[in-house]
Design a protein around this ligand. Structure first.
Ligand SMILES: NC(=O)c1ccc[n+]([C@@H]2O[C@H](COP(=O)([O-])OP(=O)(O)OC[C@H]3O[C@@H](n4cnc5c(N)ncnc54)[C@H](OP(=O)(O)O)[C@@H]3O)[C@@H](O)[C@H]2O)c1
Length: 474
């Protein structure tokens, strides 16, 4: 692997603490980082090298990070040797001069773990100091969601990015694309021949996508109250889940071909402003940094269709929210229950088959089928045929998405990143739904959201599926 410098703008922030530093530790432990690479952390706070070490140590031992395994002292020391810290204002020219002086490698990744309002100044200052020029190696930029807050602002940001970088240098992150459980949908669909012929309007009754959390907004009120559930997870993670589940087979497994197929789905989604329900959990307005009059959505449910031949008239129901009954993210492909099915009149005999891509928890791909209850009668019961992710004792279970996406960036592989057209297609679908966002319906914490969400699907003679915890309990 080529050596390189990773420059993180915002090393003291929340994202760096809960995602980047733990991912870098894991990569160091697995020997995935070149020994002579450098990590330059930037923020305003003054910190000596010793204080930086102490900071990294504290971060790796934080309670709230998903980094539950032991921190080994020798790995920590190796990682610390790679770290350098630069304090300064992003707006300040001097910072970039200091940065130029310490940059050893021509290959560089700039990671923007700071506010979007600062991007322009970062780019301008990098340019003034020739730091974005690819004359002695490759230069890549990693940039987090949100890319804009609607279609016009996303277009503006994409235009700005393209003023300083080329599209093949820009790695727009949606960490869901780095999830093993999402990427495996492509393998399941396109490496096996048996299911793909069934993934169409002739066999599928409808599709459901759920992203539920049983907790509230915690300390993120200041951010969340400006954004709401649909923009926070609907515009990005959930649309990507749908794209993976519904896209046509790419002509090859390359960035261009995979991204092209995802974009086709996103561009063909039909926004239905009269089929969206917004909810807010009771007590949300009393959360820290939330307005007492807030109408921000902490829940939404919507219906849509994909405007293509394959999924013509197949409804897609998407819901997500906070303080719901359960924490679960999954895609359910609900198959048609053909009229002439034998045993239809037996107990449970009319239950549909459901293909479930469980993103988390109880990660797996399972097929709900009907089986005979052992005994003398023709009684049926639903069971699950399952593929589950078994923890690998030699690695830390499933690789963290940030680790995966950092590796892809080092390799220059953009397959699991969004390009400008893709992000804009997502906003083009979401904007008409946001335009009708009024007062949300209040729902009880611990429920499945407001009753209006149930009515949305029940009007069509269907119900929301209760996510099962009966499979992949490892
Ligand atoms: N947190 C997450 O889980 C998450 C998830 C997805 C996307 N994101 C996105 O990632 C970005 C960062 O989010 P965050 O939650 O990490 O924010 P944050 O906790 O507020 O951190 C912001 C970072 O930027 C630095 N900073 C701010 N102003 C600066 C300036 N003028 N000069 C130099 N450094 C400056 C801060 O350091 P000092 O204050 O010490 O200078 C801090 O390190 C945002 O765009 C967010 O939307 C975050």
């Amino acid at each position: 692997m080529d050596s390189f410098t990773l420059i993180i703008f915002g090393i003291t922030g929340n994202l760096a603490q809960i995602k980047l530093i733990p991912a870098l530790y894991d990569m160091e432990e697995k020997d995935l980082l070149p020994s002579d690479m450098t990590i330059v952390g930037i923020a305003r706070k003054e910190m000596s090298d010793e204080e930086l070490k102490h900071y990294v140590h504290t971060v790796l031992h934080l309670e709230n990070i998903h980094h539950k395994h032991e921190i080994k002292e020798e790995v920590f020391k190796r990682l610390c040797k790679k770290f350098t810290y630069l304090s300064g204002q992003i707006q300040d020219q001097n910072l970039y001069e200091k940065l130029s002086n310490i940059l050893k490698h021509g290959n560089r990744i700039f990671y923007l773990a700071t506010y979007p309002e600062l991007y322009h100044q970062i780019f301008e200052n990098l340019q003034k100091n020739n730091l974005n020029k690819q004359n002695k190696g490759w230069i890549r930029l990693m940039i987090e969601k949100p890319i804009g807050c609607n279609l016009p602002s996303a277009k503006k940001l994409n235009k700005l990015l393209l003023k300083y970088f080329t599209e093949d240098q820009i790695f727009r992150l949606d960490h869901y694309l780095g999830k093993e459980t999402l990427q495996n949908i492509l393998t399941f669909r396109f490496a096996n021949d048996i299911f793909e012929p069934l993934i169409n309007k002739d066999y599928i009754d409808h599709i459901q996508i759920a992203a539920a959390e049983d907790f509230g907004i915690g300390k993120r009120g200041g951010y969340y109250d400006q954004v709401g559930a649909l923009k926070d997870v609907g515009q990005n993670h959930q649309l990507q889940m749908l794209a993976f589940a519904a896209m046509d087979a790419p002509s090859e497994f390359s960035n261009e071909a995979v991204t092209k197929e995802r974009i086709k789905i996103l561009k063909n989604l039909i926004p239905m402003p009269d089929k969206v329900v917004y909810g807010q959990y009771e007590g949300y307005r009393k959360e820290e940094n939330v307005s007492l009059q807030s109408n921000t959505d902490t829940f939404y449910a919507l219906k849509t269709y994909i405007n293509n031949e394959r999924f013509k008239d197949v409804p897609i129901y998407i819901r997500a929210g906070k303080k719901l009954k359960q924490t679960v993210t999954e895609i359910s492909i609900v198959f048609k229950n053909h009229v002439n099915r034998l045993f239809k009149s037996a107990d449970s005999g009319d239950e549909p088959n459901v293909l479930i891509y469980r993103i988390q928890p109880n990660e797996g791909i399972v097929l709900k089928i009907l089986t005979k209850v052992p005994g003398y009668d023709a009684k049926l019961q639903p069971e699950y045929m399952q593929y589950c992710y078994r923890p690998n004792p030699y690695t830390h279970k499933i690789p963290d998405p940030y680790e995966r996406l950092l590796i892809d960036t080092i390799r220059g592989d953009q397959t699991f990143f969004n390009d400008a057209e893709e992000v804009e297609a997502q906003w083009a679908f979401i904007d008409p739904l946001i335009a009708v966002r009024g007062k949300p319906a209040i729902y009880e914490p611990g429920s499945w959201g407001p009753k209006e969400a149930d009515e949305l699907i029940e009007k069509d003679g269907r119900i929301w599926l209760e996510p099962s915890m009966d499979f992949c309990r490892i």
